[in-house]
Design a protein around this ligand. Structure first.
Ligand SMILES: NC(=O)c1ccc[n+]([C@@H]2O[C@H](COP(=O)([O-])OP(=O)(O)OC[C@H]3O[C@@H](n4cnc5c(N)ncnc54)[C@H](O)[C@@H]3O)[C@@H](O)[C@H]2O)c1
Length: 463
């Protein structure tokens, strides 16, 4: 089966870049990305590509090439669904904040709404592709809704989890380590799998497209994120041990990373992982394990989250302790707010939690991030509901010039590994700071030796 018309529901960090690349690589397929968020769609359609709602290196070029040719962004959800032969569901699946499974289970209300909407508007058979990260066996629920509420159209459900990493999304989509497609092992299911293999096959080598049953595919995505997060928590746990024993976590990471069985990636200690996925997907895995009565499995994975929370608290508390046990009224400059470099995404960013703890200690925070807006930062703090909006506004000042953030500061906290931080005039910064001038490098990005030579007192995690 050759697909000519694709619809993607959800124009977020996954839907937008993924569909842009599918459209660029398949000029013969019309790809329409739809979203309920009018502002987001308007930004995707902005003639100035600097205003795309998502910052990813190289994304502007891909969108610029395909948009208006065979890539469209629209709020007309029903129309796009009905016209498509293949519908990707790429909506958000946050952790539940209410009811049974609160704080752990994935909130599938957006997925269910999509399924009901697809069933309601479809007048022809379709392949439905789960692009969102979902608990294992969600396809069964989607199928039940489609089969029981539809107008007689037939649906095949595929699981096609996305493995892109924010900050390198375009690169990852252009040359994925693998594409994973799960489907029913029936003749119709295999035909649907084949149709999606052909979409990716225009640029991904066939041997890198793995096909499995539905449940293996759904569970593999949660497993991949759990393994990656586990590595971060593992090295972070050892960073604390390094600090008390005189070992250096960077050296330990380098030493073990050379072991081909371990490998060098994700072995950098930091203030903790963030992002929209790791925490929610592990919590989801924990919840699923618990719901099957597998308490030992659940406890094992939950420890990854506990260690991550510990690392964020430890970093913030160390700032307070080092600044003579009080940061009240002191200016603490934050370099970075995004959860990692090269993205404007701040979901679950360590910066938010470190700020929250320091605001409780009555610090006066001044933050600078090259891609994150003030509105976003205030929204992140308000979301925690630790204090009211006015108090957050009073405690946090957001500036567009890093030197303004750093001037007269008692301490600097590096929360994101943006490359530009390395290029600053650190002598000038030192001259304009309060003394002793403290730097807390939560990402190990700055040149510690050079900073110490200038006169800074530098703390780097794991040293
Ligand atoms: N962000 C990542 O790095 C990443 C990587 C791999 C997988 N994922 C998974 O992909 C999914 C999407 O993540 P994201 O980061 O793109 O989320 P996002 O919040 O950036 O985007 C989701 C979009 O879906 C829209 N939406 C929700 N319900 C809708 C509906 N009924 N109709 C139309 N639009 C609707 C929202 O308005 C939003 O713009 C999640 O399940 C996530 O776990 C994310």
């Amino acid at each position: 089966m050759k697909i000519k018309n694709i619809c993607c529901i959800g124009a977020g960090y996954v839907g937008g870049p993924t569909m842009a690349v599918i459209a660029q690589k398949n000029p013969g397929i019309k790809v329409t990305v739809v979203d309920l968020n009018v502002e987001r769609i308007a930004a995707w359609n902005d003639t100035n590509l600097d205003n795309l709602p998502i910052y990813e290196p190289g994304l502007d070029k891909v969108v610029g090439e395909a948009r208006g040719r065979n890539l469209f962004f629209s709020t007309e959800v029903d129309k796009a669904i009905d016209e498509a032969e293949m519908v990707f569901i790429s909506v958000n699946t946050p952790t539940k904040t209410y009811g049974v499974g609160k704080g752990m289970a994935a909130d599938l209300k957006y997925i269910e709404l999509c399924a009901r909407q697809i069933a309601r508007v479809s007048t022809s058979n379709k392949i439905i592709v789960e692009k969102s990260t979902l608990p294992v066996r969600t396809a069964q629920a989607i199928k039940s809704i489609l089969d029981n509420t539809g107008n007689g159209a037939k649906f095949q459900i595929l699981s096609n989890p996305e493995f892109l990493a924010e900050g390198t999304a375009v690169e990852d989509l252009m040359a994925p380590d693998r594409v994973l497609i799960g489907g029913e092992q029936t003749p119709e299911g295999l035909e649907a799998i084949d149709a999606l293999v052909n979409v990716y096959g225009t640029w991904v080598a066939k041997e890198n497209i793995i096909t499995t049953n539905l449940w293996s595919s759904e569970l593999s995505k949660l497993t991949a994120n759990a393994f990656l997060a586990q590595r971060v928590s593992s090295i972070n746990s050892l960073s604390e041990l390094c600090e008390v024993t005189g070992a250096d976590v960077n050296e330990v990471g380098r030493a073990i990373g050379k072991d081909s069985r371990i490998g060098p990636k994700f072995l950098k200690a930091s203030v903790g992982f963030g992002g929209s996925c790791f925490q929610k997907d592990i919590l989801n895995l924990v919840y699923i394990s618990k719901s099957y009565g597998l308490d030992a499995v659940a406890d094992y994975w939950e420890q990854v989250i506990i260690m991550n929370d510990h690392q964020k608290h430890r970093f913030a508390k160390n700032i307070v302790k080092t600044l003579y046990n009080t940061v009240s009224g002191k200016k603490i400059a934050f370099l970075g707010w995004a959860f990692k470099k090269d993205t404007n995404d701040t979901r679950e960013s360590a910066a938010i939690y470190v700020a929250d703890i320091l605001l409780d200690e009555q610090a006066s925070i001044v933050a600078y991030d090259p891609k994150v807006t003030a509105q976003q930062m205030y929204g992140d703090l308000d979301y925690l509901q630790t204090r009211d909006t006015a108090s957050n506004k009073k405690g946090l000042t957001v500036v567009n010039d890093p030197y303004e953030a750093l001037e007269d500061a008692h301490a600097i906290a590096v929360l994101t590994e943006w490359d530009e931080f390395k290029t600053y005039d650190w002598q000038k910064i030192y001259d304009n700071m309060q003394k002793p001038a403290f730097v807390f490098d939560g990402r190990s990005v700055l040149d510690k030796v050079a900073l110490e030579k200038i006169g800074f007192q530098v703390y780097v995690i794991g040293q």
